[in-house]
Design a protein around this ligand. Structure first.
Ligand SMILES: Nc1ncnc2c1ncn2[C@@H]1O[C@H](COP(=O)(O)OP(=O)(O)O)[C@@H](O)[C@H]1O
Ligand SMILES: [Mg+2]
Length: 347
């Protein structure tokens, strides 16, 4: 076995408790070989670790350097290990001395991949928000300069520029509104909704509200609601927002002259109710589908902006679905159209 077997004072059983720890732990002997690996370490690095040199187990010179430093009598060491294969993972590595002569160093790997990803997402989010607010603001500032200068006495130009200012200010207002919705929904995402909602009535209201917008785009909303559907546990405001966002997208990205089908039915699972919104149109490339619910992700940025989109609609929908413990599916066929389906639990 390992060197530790030649030290009768350090039976393997003295490290049995390591298996209960949630992080991968390796005990390293004086020769820099693994003396003991807990269960988590074996899950991560494979079995048969005892006896193998650390340099072959963790192929990162930082790990070996840290262990060597501790073996040489230096205080506890820390480092960050970043793996890129098979998937990206980041670990904080901690190495400390033990009082055990047979196993003088202990190495703990703490998986911080999720924390790092969250940090990156937060930074990206702030950058995205700033960027999205900056362009309408720059347009408005530019117009104010023009109006107070060359266009001062030109009534026609003034009308034109005021209209643009209105449009850009509306864009900022929509963006801020969506950001506020998103943060409110995120705050109580883990609190189940308290109310009960008649989704059929809600879908009818939303359809009525949005029918004029659809008509402007040469589209028709076709409502198909199964009879006798039960109420579901839900937050009426949030579910209204969900239905509106889906119909809004169907109007925005659907093809003029076609109908948008809004369907509500029981099933397919007996404990569920299913809402779907389908539109004909050019569809969504398959590689974009998994990313549509990311904040600010759009297939075609310029097109979404021109249509007044913020890129937050489906992110809001996803969080509302999560809060209602439902499931969201987006299916699309290029050249044909898109169907967004939401399954919601009846209890
Ligand atoms: N029904 C649809 N048909 C085609 N593309 C869609 C549809 N719904 C959403 N998308 C795509 O998903 C992107 C994200 O949607 P969303 O989050 O609602 O943002 P926005 O509509 O403000 O751009 C849209 O920009 C568009 O590219
Ligand atoms: Mg949208």
């Amino acid at each position: 076995m390992t060197d530790s077997s030649s030290y009768p004072t350090a039976p393997q059983s003295s490290f049995v408790w390591l298996d209960g720890l949630p992080d991968p732990v390796l005990v390293i002997d004086r020769a820099g070989r693994v003396a003991r690996a807990n269960r988590r370490a074996q899950d991560l690095l494979g079995s048969g670790l005892p006896g193998r040199p650390l340099a072959l187990v963790l192929r990162d010179p930082k790990a070996v350097e840290a262990v060597n430093a501790v073996l040489a009598g230096q205080p506890a060491q820390s480092a960050t290990l970043a793996w890129t294969t098979p998937v990206e993972r980041v670990f904080d590595l901690h190495v400390a001395a033990t009082a055990d002569p047979a196993a003088p160093t202990i190495l703990v790997l703490q998986d911080v991949t999720r924390i790092r990803q969250a940090e990156r997402m937060r930074a990206d989010f702030v950058a995205n928000v700033s960027h999205e607010l900056r362009s309408p603001l720059a347009a408005i500032i530019g117009i104010i300069e023009t109006l107070s200068d060359s266009a001062r006495d030109d009534a026609e130009a003034r009308e034109h520029f005021l209209a643009i200012m209105q449009r850009e200010a509306d864009r900022m207002r929509r963006l801020i509104g969506d950001l506020l919705s998103l943060s409110r929904i995120e705050v109580d995402e883990h609190v189940p909704p308290r109310g009960r909602v008649d989704l059929a009535a809600l879908a009818r209201q939303c359809t009525e509200l949005l029918a004029p917008r659809a008509a402007e785009q040469g589209m028709r909303l076709a409502l198909d609601i199964a009879a006798g559907l039960a109420d579901i546990p839900g937050d009426a405001d949030q579910l209204t927002q969900l239905v509106q966002n889906l119909i809004d997208n169907a109007i925005k990205y659907g093809e003029s002259g076609t109908a948008i089908a809004v369907r509500l039915a029981a099933g397919p699972d007996p404990s569920q109710i299913t809402l779907s919104v389908a539109n004909a149109g050019e569809g969504i490339p398959p590689q974009d589908l998994p990313r549509l619910t990311e904040r600010f992700y759009r297939v075609d940025k310029a097109r979404s902006r021109n249509l007044g989109g913020t890129g937050l609609g489906l992110a809001i929908v996803k969080h509302i679905v999560n809060r209602h413990r439902g499931r969201l599916e987006i299916a699309s066929t290029l050249g044909q159209g898109t169907t967004v389906t939401v399954h919601l639990p009846l209890s």
